[in-house]
Design a protein around this ligand. Sequence first.
Ligand code: FE2
Length: 316
Amino acid sequence: MKSQDPIAKNQDNRRKSADEYRLTIEPESPEDFSTLKLSGIRHNAHEHPLLQLDALHELARYLMPREQCRFVDSDLQIDGAFKHASRPADGRSIDEVFASINESGAWVALYNIEAHAQYQQLMWQILEGVRPLVEPEQGQILDAGGFVFLSTAPSVTPFHIDRENNFWLQIKGRKYMTVFDWRDHEVVSAVDVENFIVNRRLENVRLREETRERGIETLTSPGQGVFFPATSPHMTRCPEQWKDDGVSISIGVVFYTERMRELARVHQFNNVLRKVGIKPSPPGGGRSDGLKAPIGRLLVGLKRRFRGYRPPPGSY
Ligand SMILES: [Fe+2]
C-alpha cells in the first residue's frame, strides 16, 4: 500500500526530477580561484529537488536512527565548544523538530548525508563539476561527503576546523560565513591543527578576541557560497534581526584529495617528532612534506594494525 505521508509521497517525482536536473557550480572569479584559499562561489544547488526543505525532512528521518542528525543546546556560543548530540535535549522527535524549524533559535545538522545513496550521487554530481578546478592543484578527488545545516536566527555554528575541503553552498535564507586562513597559526596553532588531525581533539581550537578580525566574513544567499580549504577555521551566524526570515539552509560539500592525504600523513609524522622533543615545520610549507609523508603513511599503517587506530574513512 502507498504511504499517505505528505513528506514521503512525492519521493518518486522528486527522484525523477533530480535525475533530470543540471547542477552548475563555478567560482565568482575563475582566474583567481585556488584550492589553497577562500573563494566566492556561484551555484544553482538551491533549486535542486533533493535540497528542498521537505526532501531534507525526509532525509533527516532516514539519518535519525543512524545518529547522523545532530542537535545543540540553546546556549551555543560562537567562541565556545562545538558540542552536539544525536537527540534533541528536550526529547522532541525529528518530525517535531522539523514542524518548528522556522521558529527562532532552531538548529539541526544532518551529518554525512552521503550515507543515503541519492545524496551520495548528488555530492559526486557537484564534485564532478569542480574537478577541473580542484585536481590540477590537489590531485584526484577521493571521497565525497555532505553536511546540511538548518537553523533559524538567532543562531550560530561555533568556530572550528574540519579535515575536509569544503564547497559550502547557501540553499535557503541568508547566513554569514566567516573563514580564516588555514596557514595562519596565530589563529589556530600548528600543534592544535595537528592534534585535531591526528587525535581528533578540538578543545584548544577556540575563537580568540585578538585574532577575530583576521576572519573574512561573507554574507551568502541562495545561489552563493564559498570554497575553503581543509583546516581553515570557520564559523557561521544568523543575527537576531533575521528571526522572521524562517529557516536558513546551507550544505557543505566536502572531499579529500591526494594532496590532503599527504598533508594528513605529514601531521602524523610531525606528531611523533614532537613527542621526541623536535619542533617540526607544519605541512604545506615546502619540500619536507614529500619526505615526511611516506613515513607518516607507514606510521598510520602501524597504528591501525597494532593500536586499533580508526581515522575517519578517506582521511589518510
Ligand atoms: Fe565546519
